[in-house]
Design a protein. Structure first.
Length: 255
């Protein structure tokens, strides 16, 4: 379920967690992968996680960033761990029945990656040789938080015929168009903008695209202020968000 808002909140909490352990203010923490409970969440990594402790001896938490639904965690030797939370991924300081990985920070503080459905993934990539899909996303997609995203939505949709020829909701869910928007926020933004989700994207005017992009940002920032949407499984270091009070149409017939 985590969408752009929830991933951003998770990334910020993760960064704050690392910073709180850096008592000497070095700008990095040492991190050690102590236990793998489930190989499935690391199986997509081209660089095996058996190399993690060599690559991530120093984690540069100050250089962490979030783009769309991805958290980028760099090391001191030109590698980055890319975290995708999938449907139910989260981090916690406490072990649970759904813990899939256990890390130790500065040889003392436990950090767990939890994932009920195990659809999330953690991959190790070289900064200068990112996976093609990751590189394409960073270089070409709009990002939901960018100020100019509403202005750029119309030309983005019309960049490819297949994008302009499909339903507008499908375009909103396409991470290579707007990174970070998912089913919940797409449904709510379309409702607020009074645009039918099955309308062909290419039929929207520039004004309608701007309005829709603005409504995406509006509902997402409002949810961010409430700690995100904890509809089913999302929690941020075991804290639930209260964003579901903003919902009008999601999970109802026709949404």
């Amino acid at each position: 379920m985590p969408e752009g808002v929830e991933v951003l909140l998770t990334g910020e909490s993760l960064q704050n967690f690392f910073q709180s352990k850096d008592v000497e203010e070095k700008g990095y923490v040492e991190i050690f992968l102590e236990k793998v409970y489930s190989e499935s969440v690391i199986s997509k990594s081209n660089i095996p996680f058996s190399n993690f402790n060599n690559i991530f001896s120093k984690l540069l938490y100050k250089d962490m960033f979030v783009f769309g639904k991805n958290i980028f965690v760099p090391s001191s030797n030109n590698h980055v761990m890319v975290v995708q939370l999938g449907m139910s991924g989260s981090f916690s300081e406490e072990c649970s029945a759904y813990s899939r990985l256990k890390f130790l920070v500065d040889r003392e503080y436990p950090l767990y990656y939890d994932d009920i459905r195990k659809f999330g993934s953690l991959t190790i990539q070289e900064e200068d040789h990112l996976k093609a899909r990751t590189k394409l996303l960073l270089e070409n997609a709009l990002e939901w938080r960018e100020e100019k995203t509403p202005d750029r939505l119309y030309p983005k949709i019309h960049k490819r015929h297949d994008w302009s020829n499909q339903e507008i909701k499908n375009d909103l869910l396409n991470q290579f168009i707007i990174a970070g928007v998912g089913n919940i926020y797409a449904s709510e933004a379309l409702f607020r903008a009074k645009i039918h989700p099955k309308r062909k994207a290419g039929s929207l005017s520039k004004e309608e695209c701007f309005l829709l992009g603005s409504k995406c940002q509006e509902i997402m920032w409002q949810s961010y202020a409430l700690g995100g949407m904890s509809i089913r499984t999302f929690s941020n270091f075991n804290k639930k968000g209260d964003g579901k009070k903003l919902l009008y149409v999601y999970n109802r017939c026709g949404s």
